[in-house]
Design a protein around this ligand. Sequence first.
Ligand code: GLN
Length: 539
Amino acid sequence: MEHKFIFVAGGVMSGVGKGVACASIGKILQSKGYKVTAIKIDPYINVDAGTMNPTEHGEVFVTEDGDETDQDIGNYERFLDQNILATNYMTTGRVYLSVIQRERNLEYEGKCVEVVPHVPEEVINRIKNAAQLAKADFTLVEIGGTVGEYQNILFLEAVRMLRSQMPNDVMVVLVSYLPIPSKVGEMKTKPTQTAVRTLNSAGIFPDFILCRSDMPLDEVRKQKLATFCNISKENAISAPDVENIYEIPLNFEKEELGDKILTKFGLKSKAKNLEDWQKLVDIAKRAKQEVKIGIVGKYFSTGQFTLSDSYISVIEAIKHAAWFHKRKPILTWLNSEKFEKDPKELENLKELDGIIVPGGFGSRGTEGKIMVIKYCRENNLPYLGLCYGMQLAVIEFARHMAGLAKANSPEVDQKSPYHVVHIMPDQVEKIKQKKMGATMRLGAYPCVLAKDSISFKAYGRDKINERHRHRYEFNNEYRRLLVEKGLKIAGTSPDGKLVEIIEAPNHKFFVATQFHPEFKSRPLKPHPLFREFIKAAIS
Ligand code: GLN
């Protein structure tokens, strides 16, 4: 079968859930026996998400091969239960960079290099290449941004060009928003009609419209969209708000989206196995007993709004683990700075069953995090530290258990007498030369576990592979002292040199990792460390 391409674009506004819609379509096609991969196009000039602001753009999702990508790549991995690689992520910056590099290498053989067609051609090449490498029957391509803005026009042009090259193998899905203004009390289709017109003027006619709204789409709206948007009524698909994003493939299937897509391509379903998924959603729905987890961070607020997007993989990993134990996860966002302002706030941690300090950068809020970590260690409150959450746990231990009162990381305090966390040697030169993009220690590395550790028990094996994103590390100069004082080195790089996991002694669950286990958690395969952390939290 020829590779098939399904483009997913967004109408009316951002944040309508294109990524999850795209992942859900992939999940459905996969469940029907086809091989699927998914690509994210991010319209930013940034070459990767590593240099984007987490409160504006959300989490930086790290792939197995070390690309710093958009959080939607994480959605694809979780829904499709497969690793997505760097080939499947592109930004405007990345595309332009390769066009310009090719021009400099005379690869255009002295021709004038133009925005059109050369930029969309580069986009198409990248899409085809990813499809080929994944040996995918279906390649889903999510186009970031909203139809009608300047930023993604060249990507839409790529869609138009590819469709005219292979009209039978390309499909376009518009994920659009249908507001229900409270004073009007009726779901409105006009903004979506306008979005479709805008797409039309780019030479693109959507095959399906996924209609995001507070409520399911009714027949009247379906008919309206059919009349004004050039699609059949059946292809206006209802996509109401849901409690749980994992319900979305099941909801789409209620409208037989999978079979409608296959039929349009002249294909048939070869299997049917969304049952596991249905079971998971049922468990999540039925889970009444709670497990309360606090996440201590700082990337929460934009103006008056609180966003949790910067920690999406952590949140999903907690959900997967909680559902595994048939519990309902309750997440509490703790701004670390409030503990600095008022240490009495620490008393409120009593209400929680477990604490996570996730990844982070810079000095703001670190003292508050260290206070929370101390509280967890001293009060036998389950603690899971992720990356910065591990480095700060080392600092806490050094200060309060090894007598190194002003211990710190140079990232926070250059002048500290005890840099128990220090810059990785190969990072020094990079920072001096201001080579900051894609230069951290990135991607999956092997780690060997100590047999008598909590971590070993959780994984059930001694060799693991986990994803990293950091410039600083545990400083081995202090290793002997800290181990003497009881810190457990539970995992290292195979040569023993890099400390990858620490554990605190005599504790129900106090595990902190230099890597980010959250990236590898999948809905039906919770990550072992999250699974055991939640188990300890429940107990
Ligand atoms: N800021 C720390 C470092 O660069 C931790 C990074 C992280 O938490 N991802 O090493």
